[in-house]
Write a protein that binds this ligand. Structure first.
Ligand SMILES: [Mn+2]
Length: 426
């Protein structure tokens, strides 16, 4: 299913009058505060988040997976689903492929399809956390860190294959996330595992094209429950430094222990020019992969404040790769992604309202109360009319979710693909 822009224009007509009055009110208020509304609208329009190819079907938990009807069963269909979200939100102009789940059979056809839907190929992701039918070695006890050289070599080669696939599509980065670790004390030698991982990453890095970036993701636990080889940002940062200038740390919001100050991690990495990628999701306890902004929207706002500060003040840090890394085991995956994109744009818009000059002055004067007031004033502002206006100017929907339902997208997809179609992935 491909959404015709006229359908969106038509649906917008019903919402246009109310939206214009709400936007006018907010713009007047912001103008009084000397906020450059047009500049914020442009920043919102420019902000594009990649959708991972595994997020378009229902996700499972370790207890089970309940399918969602009309799931995309091929890469073409996955791109079409992202095309639907992008047409409505104008924020999802990229896809992040997972290999080997989504190896194109016809590269030109896939590239053409993506181009016709205005979708770019963002970072490609390797997978050494599952065994594949055509491989000889098992990753049960680790991949890049495994004590067996044959396993490490197979995992290194897989990552190199992923780079080659990404190159054919026009990707410019790869993400490495390892499930490597141990579940019991004494099971693994920490130093040996880390040394092997470093050596393996360096071998992959050697094959990285000059204009590519490598992102190293960290995670404190799961699927291993006692230790993870790349457990935190410090380990990732160290590995990235040892690999070289094209290697960076990737922050996934869910990959922290409860109450970790993620905004400070973001800030530290950007100061050092080593934050490369960012995965959005939300969580209550662990790597829950819930809809962005559904649990801790204020934390997301504080993280965006540091990201914006970094984007404005740290030319040593590269442009970031943004991706939603969530799983949808209850909701319609496309509706869940639309909600996540809305939450991202909202948090970004609120953080853009923070008066950085006034905040700096209050910090220098040790005026703690004013510092808090500046942040909270921005956070309490209802920025939804701004987000809607940014979308509208790009040809998107004023209300993407409402549009999605009124266009009966899911019903259409079920008609096209059937009730039993299942997406590849987790
Ligand atoms: Mn992630």
């Amino acid at each position: 299913m491909i959404i015709n822009p006229d359908q969106i224009l038509n649906n917008n007509k019903t919402d246009q009058t109310l939206h214009q009055s709400q936007f006018k009110n907010l713009a007047t208020l912001l103008n009084q505060q000397k906020v450059d509304v047009n500049q914020i609208l442009q920043k919102l329009a420019d902000f594009q988040v990649a959708i991972p190819s595994w997020a378009l079907g229902a996700g499972g938990t370790r207890f089970g997976r309940f399918s969602y009807q009309g799931e995309p069963s091929s890469l073409e269909q996955k791109l079409e689903d992202i095309g639907i979200i992008h047409a409505l939100t104008k924020t999802a102009g990229a896809v992040s492929l997972h290999i080997p789940w989504d190896i194109p059979s016809d590269y030109n056809a896939i590239k053409e399809k993506a181009e016709s839907l205005a979708i770019k190929f963002d970072a490609v992701n390797s997978n050494t956390f599952q065994d594949q039918p055509d491989t000889t070695e098992s990753y049960k006890f680790g991949s890049l860190s495994n004590t067996a050289q044959a396993v490490r070599e197979q995992a290194i080669q897989h990552n190199i294959d992923v780079i080659n696939i990404g190159e054919k599509l026009g990707s410019k980065s790869m993400t490495v996330w390892l499930a490597d670790g141990s579940s019991f004390p004494g099971q693994s030698n920490f130093q040996t595992a880390l040394s092997h991982t470093q050596d393996s990453l360096k071998k992959i890095y050697k094959q990285l094209p000059d204009d590519w970036k490598m992102f190293i993701e960290y995670k404190p636990y799961e699927p291993s429950f006692y230790s993870t080889v790349i457990q935190d940002w410090g380990t990732s940062f160290m590995l990235a430094n040892e690999c070289g200038e094209k290697a960076f740390t990737l922050v996934d919001l869910g990959h922290h222990l409860p109450n970790t100050n993620i905004e400070q991690i973001v800030s530290t990495l950007m100061l050092k020019g080593k934050l490369g990628g960012f995965h959005f999701n939300d969580s209550k306890y662990g790597d829950d992969d819930l809809t962005v902004g559904s649990i801790k929207p204020y934390a997301l706002f504080l993280i965006f404040n540091e990201l914006i500060y970094g984007m404005n003040n740290n030319p040593q840090n590269p442009e970031l790769s943004w991706m939603i890394d969530a799983s949808h085991n209850l909701k319609d995956p496309l509706e869940d992604l639309i909600q996540s994109l809305e939450a991202i744009q909202t948090a970004y818009a609120k953080a853009l309202l923070i008066n950085q000059k006034q905040l700096k002055e209050a910090q220098i004067n040790h005026d703690v109360v004013t510092c808090q007031e500046i942040l909270q004033n921005a956070y309490q502002t209802d920025v939804r009319p701004l987000v809607r206006e940014a979308r509208l100017r790009e040809g998107g929907a004023i209300h993407p979710l409402k549009n999605y339902r009124s266009l009966s997208v899911r019903e259409q997809l079920i008609k096209e693909r059937g009730k039993d179609s299942v997406a590849t992935g987790l």
